[in-house]
Write a protein of this length. Structure first.
Length: 79
C-alpha cells in the first residue's frame, strides 16, 4: 500500500530511514559513553613494547635514525 502525497516518493522514505538510523546510532553511542563515564572505567589502553622491554643503545640509535628520516624536512633537500 503506497503512502499518500509526498511521502510516496522512495527518496523521501530512504531519507527518513537514514535519518532514523543515524539518530539511533548517535543516541546509542552517547548513552554508552555516559555509562562508561559514570562507571569510572578507563578507556582501553594500547600496550606498546617499549613499556616493558628496555631498548639497547643500538636500538635507541636505530629508532632515532628512522624517526629523523620520517620527520618532515625542507622540501628542496631530500634526506
Amino acid at each position: 500500500m503506497p503512502l499518500p502525497g509526498r511521502f510516496s516518493d522512495l527518496r523521501t522514505i530512504t531519507l527518513f530511514g537514514l535519518l532514523a538510523a543515524t539518530t539511533a546510532t548517535c543516541l546509542g553511542l552517547r548513552a554508552r559513553a555516559a555509562r562508561r563515564a559514570r562507571a569510572g572505567v578507563p578507556l582501553e589502553r594500547v600496550w606498546h613494547p617499549q613499556e616493558s622491554v628496555p631498548l639497547t643503545p643500538a636500538e635507541e640509535h636505530a629508532f632515532g635514525q628512522v624517526a629523523h628520516r620520517l620527520s618532515p624536512g625542507p622540501v628542496h633537500r631530500p634526506r
